[in-house]
Ligand binder design. Sequence first.
Ligand SMILES: Nc1nc2c(ncn2[C@@H]2O[C@H](COP(=O)(O)OP(=O)(O)OP(=O)(O)O)[C@@H](O)[C@H]2O)c(=O)[nH]1
Ligand SMILES: [Mg+2]
Length: 447
Amino acid sequence: MNQEIIFAPSTAVGGAICIFRLSGKGCQDLVQPLYLTQNKKTRSTFDRNYLYYGFLQDPVSERIIDEIYLVFFQENKSYTGEEMVEIHCHGSKAILTSLSDLFHSLGARSAQAGEFTKRAFFNGRIGLSQAEAVQELIDAETSAQSQIALNQLSGELKSTIQNLRDQIVDFGAHLEATLDYPEEDIDELDNDALYKPIYDSITKLSLLERSYQRYEIQREGIRLVISGIPNSGKSSLLNALLKRDRAIVTDIAGTTRDHLEESFFYKGIKYVLVDTAGLRDASDEVERIGISKALELEQEAHINLYIYDGSKDFEFRESSNTCLHLINKCDLYSADKYSDLENCVQISAQKQIGLDDLLNGIHNLALTFITQENNDIPIITSKRQQKSISEANSSLTQFINSLEGGVPLDIALVEMYEAIDFLSEITGEIATEDIIDRIFEKFCIGK
Ligand SMILES: Nc1nc2c(ncn2[C@@H]2O[C@H](COP(=O)(O)OP(=O)(O)OP(=O)(O)O)[C@@H](O)[C@H]2O)c(=O)[nH]1
Ligand SMILES: [Mg+2]
């Protein structure tokens, strides 16, 4: 439907090699005359999906712009579904600017963010949830995340949603038949058996909806908040886990006032580690603000790391959150002093002792936050998808309640069709321009 030729570098400017893409009818005719073979000859015919080595020449000045590889993709067999060209050139700013200027002068225009994928969507190459998976794949920080995005890109979520929709439509058709031909004896079933497909759909939708919360924690990182009294070794622990001197460490109580956050990865899981101000009755205004922030951060943590100076007397803190008690400075006390305590890890942040035990303890707790409830259900990866699923679920539940409450069938069916529409929004069969724009504006240029 789009016949304008668009172009953009698809890889970051400044890399050794860049893939510069063009899409739209006529883009191959645009590029062909610019190509010179290894022997600096022009070429009149090109095979599709074949890599041509050569040079790219400015047709006006006859200046060689770069040494390149060139690939032509056939309409319907390309990423966008349109005729496409890829130029593999050097990634310098100078070359990419020359290419952009050249194609601009030949009548093409710069692609907007996500425009290649948007065209793939409009040309029916991919559904909306798959388009979202493309961006998720680009942004993935862990292999688990990229795996989930790849599954979604392969259409796993799309087919689950389509199956659900078919199941609901079949059910609706069955009910409609009783409405249109009430005198016919259409499979008289008891209500439980009749409603089973809808109850099954509601269960699946609830699982799908919840899968997002766990995915989101995985994407944003498990929040580990370190807290304890001043000088217990919070900042030392942060530095030890990050393996660099990020926070200031001194023997002056009250060194850390403002909290600080840094992320790290362990066994494929992302964590956000937070160092906080030491908890005490502080007289200093700035320190007091830091302490009240620390208490707030404790509440928002997935896992609290309560740290104590084991060389001194201390009291264990109680928590309603998931927590680990860390008895620090084990280099200063004897190992059997706390050996019979549960849920405690003895460490030395300064001497880096016990950190593997600590990380394993954290890992085991982290899994309880991110392990999905049901491996047979695909994982949804965007708030938008979650919202549509939740709305479909509410409509379907409302529909069942209406039926059971004796609401006339033709009125109740409106809710069922609403549920179907919400499901269609996920894959993009029904999508407003606003939704589509919002999805693609998050994309990078060139994708
Ligand atoms: N011997 C020993 N000293 C440690 C250990 N961990 C921290 N320390 C020392 O304890 C002192 C306080 O450490 P910090 O990491 O700054 O403590 P903090 O809890 O961040 O303190 P505030 O920021 O003041 O709340 C420093 O002198 C550290 O070198 C440890 O495992 N063993
Ligand atoms: Mg500190």
